[in-house]
Design a protein around this ligand. Structure first.
Ligand code: PRP
Length: 187
């Protein structure tokens, strides 16, 4: 049964598959002479995208994870980021590709890139499944982008609202409940 909290589907499952496959082909070509590449997944949202993308790569690659928490409200980051889990690997002189589920304001990514760059990687690029150009607060262009989406609150394929809905096989808007119990409007 469809969860009434889920609104409009913005990216269908088959579109996700197709685009992840294209990104895999592009990254494979770009990293042919820059391997092994260390994929750095930013927990938790990037989990599904990273797992699917990595299986589309045909170059030697490794995976590592960071977990960060942004000080801010539940739906808006502030740019002040706390590292909850750091990389296991030393990335000095390594080729690093940061894999994010969404770049919203860009503040989290801006912090992460500064932090990782200071460790002296041989190269540092970003692959983001989703970007929201209308919300961007920083000059920051990920090298690889899956989809540009409008300024809506989205869940699914790793993205959550209060830890729910990450398991949806598509990306959809969330419906905000109406006070009084109506069906709600898309966020
Ligand atoms: C999301 C996303 C990015 C960040 C983007 O993580 O994965 O890391 O927000 O927001 P920004 O561009 O405005 O900084 P979130 O804090 O929701 O954690 P999660 O991945 O564990 O759900």
């Amino acid at each position: 049964m469809r969860d009434p909290a889920i609104g409009e589907i913005l990216v269908q499952g088959d579109e996700l598959n197709r685009r992840v496959s294209q990104l895999g082909t592009q990254i494979t070509a770009d990293y042919a002479d820059r391997s092994p590449v260390v994929l750095v997944g930013v927990l938790k949202g990037a989990l599904f995208f990273l797992a699917d993308l990595m299986r589309r790569l045909d170059v030697p690659c490794e995976v590592d994870f960071m977990a960060v928490a942004s000080y801010g409200s539940a739906t808006q980051s502030s740019g002040v980021v706390r590292i909850l889990k750091d990389l296991d690997a030393v990335i000095e002189d390594r080729h690093v590709l940061v894999v994010e589920d969404i770049v919203d304001s860009g503040l989290t990514l801006q912090y992460l890139l500064r932090n990782l760059r200071a460790r002296g990687p041989a190269s540092l690029e970003v692959c983001a499944l989703l970007t929201k150009p209308a919300r961007s607060k920083v000059e920051l262009e990920p090298r690889y982008v899956g989809f540009e989406i409008p300024n809506r609150f989205v869940v699914g394929y790793g993205l959550d609202h209060e830890e729910r809905h990450r398991n949806l096989p598509f990306v959809a808007t969330l419906r905000q409940p109406e006070p009084g119990g109506g069906s709600g409007a898309d966020w």
